[in-house]
Design a protein around this ligand. Structure first.
Ligand SMILES: *[C@@H]1O[C@H](CO)[C@@H](O)[C@H](O)[C@H]1NC(C)=O
Ligand SMILES: *[C@@H]1O[C@H](CO)[C@@H](O)[C@H](O)[C@H]1NC(C)=O
Ligand SMILES: *[C@@H]1O[C@H](CO)[C@@H](O)[C@H](O)[C@H]1NC(C)=O
Ligand SMILES: *[C@@H]1O[C@H](CO)[C@@H](O)[C@H](O)[C@H]1NC(C)=O
Ligand SMILES: *[C@@H]1O[C@H](CO)[C@@H](O)[C@H](O)[C@H]1NC(C)=O
Ligand SMILES: *[C@@H]1O[C@H](CO)[C@@H](O)[C@H](O)[C@H]1NC(C)=O
Ligand SMILES: *[C@@H]1O[C@H](CO)[C@@H](O)[C@H](O)[C@H]1NC(C)=O
Ligand SMILES: *[C@@H]1O[C@H](CO)[C@@H](O)[C@H](O)[C@H]1NC(C)=O
Ligand SMILES: *[C@@H]1O[C@H](CO)[C@@H](O)[C@H](O)[C@H]1NC(C)=O
Ligand SMILES: *[C@@H]1O[C@H](CO)[C@@H](O)[C@H](O)[C@H]1NC(C)=O
Length: 524
């Protein structure tokens, strides 16, 4: 069977080559390397894919990719004409771009056997140790995430867990959608990533040193133990299910990508970027249950991430640094982003000793609200926290944050919370309009240090809560209070005594006086 299908593929490859070469008198190789010509393209149909959504097309797809890579072109495209292509994990090769046409869907298998043995490699599309790779075409990669729902629940679905493998726990034990691990020059554009079982796209970069892998594994199993002991209800420390996972990659561009995950499914992040440098995300639409854009550091630092012109809705954080934060984050820019009806807007969960330096958020429109508390988030439009995850962790410094041109409509206030060993330094908030309005019935009155640290703590609500800060400038900030019936709303600013230093307010309007006037007018 295998040899027959190989023969078939070989024949189709040869016929493809003949067709291609007839179109020009130039040798193929020259033709392909000449920039003005499109890269060669092989169709999965020519390698025996049926595209009926019932039969597995894994082998034909993989053969097309391998054939594509073996052509000595700089880049080669693997074309998926309209159809449904059910597949087990497929592996991208150097120089290969998947061209999933409009009307074509790549469907991830829903059986454990469809995925590699190692949990870290459970992706529908996996790219590991390769360069000049990508995905495009206007079609769809679909993880069939709903097939993994054991019980639908409006609060939070109960999911299938492949924990019999012993490699992962509960909510974090399902395949992801797309992973780029240890890759160079990655481009993902004009593609729809739908219903990841876990996260949608993932660049998973594998450490190049086997010794460090062992160390990492040791650290991981230690963390695993700590996690089990502490019984945290939701953890994104070890792994994360996501649509697009970028791991230890260099030079990644993601644009015009639509990510849609089930709103009630836990751990289906949008784009997770781990330990990667020089990543650009632009013109994305992300609508998902868990964190939408989530940089993390496990085995190395993360430098130079830019995300612009995106629209996000999530039941968790729209943008979140951490919580995995063992190494530094530096040089991140977020501009022109709309965050709709999310549980948390701009978030930092720094817990493991990595430092954060130089992050800018500009021109951001945020709307945050409460959802069921089993999801992390307390409707904070801005949430900056650094504290040691547990007694053996180090806290990280967070310095040089700029928030400029921010509009927020929110059910809760801003939370700026460093810790003794993890100060917030030089934070600037400029040109911000924030309207506080309660409209859901979820209880407020809690501050959220999760994961780890002090957990959920009773604390009265305030416009901005500040603790362990050295250097904060509030410049041209306007608060508005759209409902004043609730006594909990009377506190614009809340400081933890003796932990806050060097703070300046310029053109700060608490809005309360005007609100009181209005109430009196209404009563009169
Ligand atoms: C897998 O999860 C089930 C249900 O939560 C639990 O009963 C079982 O002990 C877990 N198995 C392993 C190996 O962790
Ligand atoms: C990728 O490279 C790492 C480090 O060199 C190696 O451990 C791993 O097996 C490689 N993966 C594949 C799929 O070749
Ligand atoms: C990112 O850059 C830092 C600093 O140069 C480097 O230590 C790290 O290895 C780089 N990471 C990758 C994945 O190239
Ligand atoms: C990064 O990507 C750009 C555009 O895709 C390319 O021009 C550049 O050479 C790449 N850089 C490296 C270091 O490969
Ligand atoms: C990050 O970007 C800056 C400015 O473009 C550049 O100088 C630096 O080398 C980049 N860092 C890494 C690790 O690539
Ligand atoms: C902001 O992003 C949106 C897409 O979300 C885009 O339509 C708009 O043109 C961008 N605005 C600017 C000023 O670039
Ligand atoms: C922010 O978005 C809301 C709707 O999501 C819109 O009504 C409002 O005008 C926007 N504000 C700004 C300043 O763009
Ligand atoms: C903030 O908004 C003002 C007025 O719209 C604009 O002139 C300025 O360039 C914006 N600042 C940034 C950093 O985008
Ligand atoms: C106070 O904070 C500002 C802004 O964060 C900073 O520029 C300044 O150096 C700080 N002053 C001292 C004495 O630390
Ligand atoms: C927090 O508040 C709730 C409800 O108001 C109360 O039942 C609980 O005892 C409080 N917890 C602490 C530690 O004060």
């Amino acid at each position: 069977m295998a040899s027959l299908s190989f023969l078939f593929q070989l024949l189709s490859l040869i016929s493809t080559l003949i067709v291609q070469s007839q179109s020009s008198t130039l040798p193929l190789q020259l033709l392909w390397s000449a920039n003005q010509n499109p890269p060669p393209s092989l169709s999965v149909l020519d390698f025996g894919a049926v595209g009926d959504g019932i039969h597995y097309d894994t082998l034909p797809i993989q053969s097309t990719i391998d054939a594509c890579a073996s052509l000595s072109a700089v880049q080669c495209r693997v074309r998926f004409p309209p159809g449904n292509y059910l597949t087990a994990t497929i592996h991208l090769r150097n120089g290969v771009v998947l061209d999933i046409e409009k009307g074509a869907r790549v469907l991830g298998g829903t059986k454990l056997g469809d995925y590699p043995r190692e949990f870290e490699r459970w992706y529908v599309v996996a790219a590991e140790n390769v360069s000049d790779v990508g995905i495009t075409g206007g079609g769809e990669i679909n993880g069939q995430g709903l097939e993994f729902v054991k019980r639908f629940d409006k609060r939070k679905n109960v999911m299938v867990s492949w924990n019999q493998t012993g490699q992962c726990f509960g909510d974090e034990c399902r395949p992801r959608l797309v992973g780029f691990v240890n890759c160079r020059n990655v481009r993902v554009w004009n593609i729809n990533l739908i219903q990841p079982a876990y996260w949608w796209i993932s660049e998973w970069i594998i450490s190049s040193c086997s010794l460090s892998d062992i160390i990492v594994a040791a650290i991981c199993s230690h963390r695993l133990v700590v996690w089990a002991i502490e019984g945290l209800e939701q953890s994104d420390v070890f792994n994360h299910d996501c649509s697009l996972h970028i791991v230890r990659c260099e030079n990644t561009s993601i644009h015009d990508v639509y990510i849609h995950g089930d709103f009630n499914t836990p751990n289906n992040d949008g784009i997770d970027i781990d330990d990667s440098n020089n990543t650009v995300i632009t013109k994305c639409k992300i609508d998902t249950g868990d964190d939408a854009i989530c940089p993390k550091t496990y085995t190395g630092p993360l430098y130079n991430l830019t995300a612009t012109d995106c629209w996000i809705r999530t039941k968790s954080s729209a943008i979140k640094l951490g919580s995995a934060s063992w190494f530094d984050f530096k040089g991140l820019v977020f501009d022109n982003i709309t965050i709709a009806d999310s549980h948390r807007g701009l978030g930092f969960q720094i817990r493991d000793g990595g430092n954060v330096d130089g992050i800018t958020f500009s021109n951001i429109n945020i709307s945050t609200r409460y959802y069921d508390p089993s999801w992390w988030g307390r409707a904070e439009p801005i949430y900056v926290t650094s504290c040691p995850r547990h007694s053996k962790s180090k806290a990280g410094l967070i310095s040089n944050l700029l928030f400029v041109n921010i509009t927020a409509n929110s059910e809760n206030g801003i939370f700026l919370s460093g810790s003794k060993g993890g100060l917030l330094r030089n934070i600037k908030v400029m040109n911000m309009d924030v309207t506080y309005r309660r409209y859901t019935n979820y209880a407020g009155g809690l501050v959220d240090y999760r994961p780890g640290c002090a957990g959920l703590v009773n604390h009265s609500t305030a416009g901005i809560i500040m603790e362990h800060i050295d250097g904060l400038v509030i410049d041209n900030v306007n608060m508005r209070w759209s409902e004043y019936r609730n006594g909990k709303w009377n506190n614009p600013l809340d400081f933890r005594p003796s932990t806050v230093n060097n703070i300046s307010f310029v053109n700060f309007y608490s809005g309360l006086e005007r609100q009181e006037d209005k109430n009196q007018v209404e009563k009169a």
